[in-house]
Design a protein around this ligand. Sequence first.
Ligand SMILES: NC(=O)c1ccc[n+]([C@@H]2O[C@H](COP(=O)([O-])OP(=O)(O)OC[C@H]3O[C@@H](n4cnc5c(N)ncnc54)[C@H](OP(=O)(O)O)[C@@H]3O)[C@@H](O)[C@H]2O)c1
Length: 292
Amino acid sequence: MKVLITGSNGQLGSEIKALASEYTNFEFVYSDLPELDICKKNLLTQFVIENNIKGIVNCAAYTAVDKAEKDGVLAELVNAKAVENLVAVAENQHLKLIHISTDYVFDGTSHIPYSEKMPVSPLGVYGKTKRAGELQVIYSASNSILIRTSWLYSIYGNNFVKTMLRLGAERESLGVICDQVGTPTYARDLAQACLEILSKSERLDTQGKVYHFSNEGAASWYDFAKSIMIMGEVDCQVNPIESKDYPTPAARPHYSVLNKSKIKADFGIQIPYWGDSLCDCIDILKTEKFEE
Ligand SMILES: NC(=O)c1ccc[n+]([C@@H]2O[C@H](COP(=O)([O-])OP(=O)(O)OC[C@H]3O[C@@H](n4cnc5c(N)ncnc54)[C@H](OP(=O)(O)O)[C@@H]3O)[C@@H](O)[C@H]2O)c1
């Protein structure tokens, strides 16, 4: 079965590429900008037909949360309109589709981990455009799955882990937000979950179903940063600060831990604790630095 990975140069797409050789049932086709812009419906459809694609994992997205506040048109195009294109091609060509969304569709007022049934109410433009994309998948007739995830990091691309390691090496101390709690998620673990689901989903009726996936446990950005410094062996003092003292263009939920019971029950997926996965990622980053 031929599977198209869109946005394959991003964090999740790159982790799928790294794991692909373990999934010999699939032949993967990778695409990203500029060669395949998923906003271009005709191009996308032609690409899918010409390459005999039977499944898509959509890793493409507009992910700049703060920039989206001023760049809503492009965010909407990539996070919502392009998802409509993917859903249409999945329906017409009878493809499996895995689409990824975000914990930022929630407003953060919950005190218990968010289940898939809890109401959404995105605070910012990014979350609103991702929610619009979700609705395309939820109401589609395609064999599709929507997976919400949170706080992604990986050895690829730019992310909080790499930023903290870099800033930690440059500065003696750093202030990091302590009143936003969520779960850091290693994109490699999410990539593995996507590929497991893809392997199993032939036997399941998955039409527009929503699932949550993040690593296990919870942390504030402050806890996350402290762990990065300790595991990265970086001598930098991390100080807790409140969101009100670090204003950003986009408001973010104060609490966005996801409940993963459904994905574990339906697909038998084992989810690592966030600290263990962070340790694995930092070990790779350290080895790469050592080999440079
Ligand atoms: N990062 C997080 O913390 C986080 C948290 C929760 C959920 N998510 C979701 O998880 C998914 C994967 O995120 P990620 O961190 O792997 O994203 P990422 O690293 O930003 O990668 C996204 C990729 O999509 C590409 N892309 C953008 N517009 C495109 C278009 N029109 N056509 C084709 N490709 C396009 C980007 O190219 P350019 O770089 O050239 O734009 C980039 O290579 C996304 O759906 C995201 O919303 C992410």
